[in-house]
Design a protein around this ligand. Structure first.
Ligand SMILES: [Zn+2]
Length: 296
């Protein structure tokens, strides 16, 4: 997993301060009697809104456009976490959140599914697993079900609503999962060369192979590493280097040029897309099918 400083610390701090104090905080929204539920970053926000419905007030810690791995919390947000009925997060994505959540009032989505080992090029983490589990719709469906149970326990008066919406959400994710499985069955290449090793779960689920091109997230990869990945990509007949919208595509472009490949944007959904989780994942599927030469 990459923790590249994608936005300078100063800009990040300003953005977060603004976001923290302009939005509806947990303390305000609790007035209507609904539980305040905090989602750490976008995919969990989407999931919590689907499952929580109108029975909860959902707020998100990571403002749109901010790279969630780099999130720092202001005092206002730490207070918000303390006041919330529940915080939905994934341990290992955001060290600041890991440190601040109240263990008895939090739901760690990584505990709901079978995790995969951390990428070999990952740095700066000691959790031992890859946290990008939301990029496998089938795992996210399992998280939806368990989140429904957790919300039912937190707010028993509305238990049935949480369970019903969890079933519906898991169903929608199951449909997406089937579209992926079908759409990625027959492809010219199954190798995913990416600048952010966020797609391990997606690769695991749909029998693709992920090659990450960033060795050290703090710096540009060395010429030796670029040459090494270029060889791998050539051997695997990769025609596309995948980049993401929050990151400078420079490294990917250098590499693509080296091997005569194209670049394409694959959204790791760490920040809010223009549509929602489902539509962004469907756009990702289209991109993958085109780039990997899949027949449908
Ligand atoms: Zn990531």
């Amino acid at each position: 997993m990459s923790r590249t400083p994608r936005i300078s610390a100063a800009i990040l701090a300003i953005t977060l301060t603004t976001a923290a104090c302009s939005g509806s905080g947990a303390a305000d929204t609790a007035k209507d009697g609904k539980p305040a539920v905090i989602a750490a970053f976008y995919p969990l926000q989407w999931l919590t809104e689907q499952v929580g419905g109108s029975d909860v007030n959902v707020s998100v810690l990571t403002a749109p456009g901010v790279e969630p791995h780099d999130l720092e919390l202001g005092a206002h947000q730490v207070a918000q976490l303390e006041d919330a009925a529940l915080t939905v997060y994934i341990k290992g994505v955001q060290p600041a959140v890991d440190d601040a959540v109240a263990q008895d009032k939090s739901f760690d989505a990584a505990t709901a599914v079978k995790t995969l080992p951390a990428s070999e090029h990952e740095e700066g983490h000691d959790i031992g697993y890859d946290p990008h589990l939301w990029l496998d719709p089938s795992r996210l469906a399992t998280v939806a079900t368990k989140l429904g149970e957790r919300l039912a326990a937190t707010d028993p008066a509305h238990a049935q609503g949480y369970r019903d919406r969890a079933v519906k959400t898991a169903g929608a994710l199951g449909t997406l999962d089937q579209e992926y499985a079908k759409g990625l069955t027959t492809c010219e290449t199954k190798t995913l060369v990416t600048s952010h090793e966020a797609f391990g779960y997606l690769a695991d689920r749909y029998h693709l192979k992920q090659i990450g091109i960033t060795l050290d997230p703090e710096t540009e990869p060395s010429p030796a590493r670029i040459a090494e990945v270029a060889k791998l990509a050539k051997d695997e007949k990769a025609t596309t280097i995948f980049t993401e919208s929050l990151v400078s595509p420079k490294v990917a472009e250098v590499l693509a040029k080296e091997i005569g490949a194209k670049t394409a944007v694959l959204d790791p959904l760490e920040s809010k897309p223009s549509g929602d989780y489902l539509s962004a994942m469907r756009a990702n599927l289209k991109t993958l099918q085109g780039a990997l030469g899949c027949t449908t």
